[in-house]
Design a protein around this ligand. Sequence first.
Ligand code: HPA
Length: 198
Amino acid sequence: KVAAMQGRFHYYEGYSMEQVTFPLYVLKALGCKALLVTNACGGLNPRFQPGDLMLISDHINILPNPLIGPNSEELGLRFPDMSQAYDKGLQQLARASAEELEIDLKTGIYSYCKGPSYESPAEIRSLRMLGADAVGMSTVPEVITARHMGMRVLGISCITNMAAGILDQPLNHAEVMETGRQVEKKFSSLISRIVENW
Ligand code: HPA
């Protein structure tokens, strides 16, 4: 059984971390055991190009942690482990599904930035030094919350543009939306196949 969310809440919209992650608590209460999370993001790794899909192998969180505040031991640990936030078995399942569809699925580390302004070239250079392959404005709070509650997590990003300063051209939201539209079919067929192979 699958519960699908139509969109999400972002921190940059002015929602608190509690509001951003509230749907995860609802999904858990509905009985969800795993989370398949997707996003649009900017590419830092020079081997990536707009339109690529990237399996998230790990993340970098430099924002307020969504678990700050009182903890309910019923839901999860006070200090949850993030050493394997993205489930190895589900990553393997995603790779096999991509292979079946002959989709070139990249792998990389997703870094979370607040937004809503895109990052500066200097910020992107720093994130690259930290080991990031992609940058976006979502996903990490939801993943931390899901892991807190013991849900298995699979994350897939769509590289909609190269991050600021990687190419000698300004970023614009229209490019991000346009790449998203172009990739829609490939992305949704991969997600469907992953769900079928689950
Ligand atoms: N940076 C942050 N978030 C994004 C980007 C980006 O370059 N592209 C799509 N979401």
